[in-house]
Write a protein that binds this ligand. Structure first.
Ligand code: ATP
Length: 230
């Protein structure tokens, strides 16, 4: 397996307050990895460090054969990090299609392919993005990330706060991305059940450190009770 991502001993701070104390996270090309842990354990901060939205202080991050240490976010994005941030909304004042086109970079993902994955976005093509439902906006934000033709799609709580029907459609799309395109996906979500269906491996954070990493199939109830408090 070709390594796509290697995060080793990553630490990060918000001002003087340390949030990450040693995160190790490895991904191979084509893997779906669930990044797990209770609230405040550092999942979003790990994603911010990976996508260079905040600097890491110690440790190393390599992606697609290059070090990301010291690299600005826009350059890291160009290497193929496609981020769907927590609570992200689409650009209002632009239509659904304009939102998608604005993100486009050359590659296999184009408007037609995004429409095939999310038919609702084709139905709403000319509509202002601000008029979409929360679930449709989330589909649009995922579609935008795909239009950048990422090597790694990062989904931070992409189903948070959505109605069950829409949540189901988003999980269907994530499973389709895995089975039909083999895209590498790093996913944070509260639903252990859905993660268990799609993820190859899990990485569990506890107080800003990697506490456990292994195949999803090895995630026992014991581990879930201990680290996820479910
Ligand atoms: P959640 O599921 O609640 O989003 P998380 O696992 O993603 O949790 P983080 O958001 O990464 O956790 O938070 C890790 C730690 O960093 C927490 O102690 C949190 O309070 C702190 N933190 C997060 N964002 C900031 C910020 N912008 N400024 C200061 N501290 C922050």
């Amino acid at each position: 397996m070709t390594p796509l991502l290697e995060m080793r001993g990553v630490t990060a701070f918000y001002g003087h307050s340390q949030a990450l104390f040693g995160v190790d996270l490895d991904m191979a090309e084509g893997e779906v990895v669930a990044l797990m842990g209770r609230n405040g354990m550092g999942k979003t901060t790990t994603i911010r460090a990976l996508t260079r939205l905040i600097p890491h202080r110690a440790g190393a991050i390599r992606f697609a054969g290059q070090t990301l240490d010291g690299m600005p976010a826009h350059r890291a994005a160009r290497l193929g990090l496609g981020l769907v941030p927590e609570g992200r909304r689409a650009f209002r004042g632009l239509t659904v299609t304009e939102n998608l086109i604005a993100a486009a970079r050359p590659g296999a993902w184009d408007l037609a392919r995004v429409h095939a994955l999310f038919p609702r976005l084709a139905e709403r093509a000319g509509q202002d993005a601000g008029s979409l439902s929360g679930g449709e906006q989330q589909m649009l934000v995922i579609g935008r990330a795909l239009m950048t033709n990422p090597r790694l799609l990062i989904l931070d709580e992409a189903t948070e706060g959505l109605a069950p029907l829409i949540r189901g459609e988003i999980w269907d799309a994530i499973r389709a991305l895995k089975s039909e395109t083999g895209l590498s996906i790093l996913v944070v979500d509260k639903s252990l059940k859905e993660l268990a269906r799609v993820a190859d491996r899990a990485v569990i954070l506890e107080k800003g450190r990697t506490a456990w990493a292994g195949p999803m199939a090895d995630m026992t109830q014991d581990l879930a009770d201990r680290y996820l408090g479910v």
